[in-house]
Design a protein around this ligand. Sequence first.
Ligand SMILES: NC(=O)c1ccc[n+]([C@@H]2O[C@H](COP(=O)([O-])OP(=O)(O)OC[C@H]3O[C@@H](n4cnc5c(N)ncnc54)[C@H](OP(=O)(O)O)[C@@H]3O)[C@@H](O)[C@H]2O)c1
Length: 293
Amino acid sequence: MPRIIVTGAGGRLGAALVREWNTAGLDVIGFGRQELDLAQPEQMRRALEAVEFGVLVNCAAQTNVDRCETERDEAMRINADAVRTLAEICKAKGARCVQISTDYVFDGAKTSPYTEEDPVVPISHYGESKRAGELAVLEVSDNNLAVRVSWVFGPDRPSFVDGIVKRALTEEKVEAIADKIAVPTYTLDAARLLKPFLFDVPVGGVLHLCNGGSCTWQEYGQYALDCAVEAGMPLKARTVGPLKMTDLKAFIAKRPPNTAMSTARLTKLTGVHPRDWREAVREYIAKHVAVKP
Ligand SMILES: NC(=O)c1ccc[n+]([C@@H]2O[C@H](COP(=O)([O-])OP(=O)(O)OC[C@H]3O[C@@H](n4cnc5c(N)ncnc54)[C@H](OP(=O)(O)O)[C@@H]3O)[C@@H](O)[C@H]2O)c1
């Protein structure tokens, strides 16, 4: 089987893909920012021209939504221009390029789950730059794939779920946003769900990939605390109070209110139904959060 390159291998999703696919017996090489910096096109070319591979999965990105709002040129360079360069390098090598994208390409006004056919209307510069990255990768080859994930969590880098449990261990009161809905994506599930699309189902276009169901940040946090209590963690706060998006004065970029995504295309192509986000969060807390000293 041809080799897989994962860029952004030091990040939450990239690290999980490298480890899980290596464990599954695939030939995977991960490139972190040191080896492959998306801000340096020549270094990108040198790094990739030296290796043979059949597919590249780009997990590297400027993922700080508020920084993208203030550093717009940088966001476009990393999340779009560099993605085109990656896709062109892949094309020259006869390899496919799989770009990891985001639910933030939507404006969040829809009240039912977004499908791949729904129009994209980014409301932040992060969303705009990631949409430009999708278009770049899809323009370079029809075989390339843009995979939209949302609310990524997993053992390789802390995220919302780790943060709320940590706060509940020391604070009497914790709160989370109750007027924003999306679907959590567990990185270990993402590795399993994405694996068929590497070689067995080499479709192009856009694909939504996340766990099943949907929730608000408050529901997500509450379920994480319930699981932590069940796993024996000595929490001080056991209830997550509601916040409105407008309460968070630190937010610079606008966040889309409802970006729950439908994974019907993924199921149609693979026969796999992603498990509900609650099952994934429960397993994550028991195996990776509750066991920490
Ligand atoms: N996290 C979410 O909830 C979420 C939601 C929707 C979509 N996504 C998408 O999912 C993908 C993976 O996100 P993640 O959660 O794994 O985020 P992450 O942990 O922030 O990982 C992103 C990685 O990209 C690297 N990176 C940043 N700038 C770079 C550059 N100039 N050159 C090379 N590498 C660079 C970062 O390196 P450093 O570690 O050195 O900073 C980091 O390792 C991204 O495409 C993101 O847009 C994430």
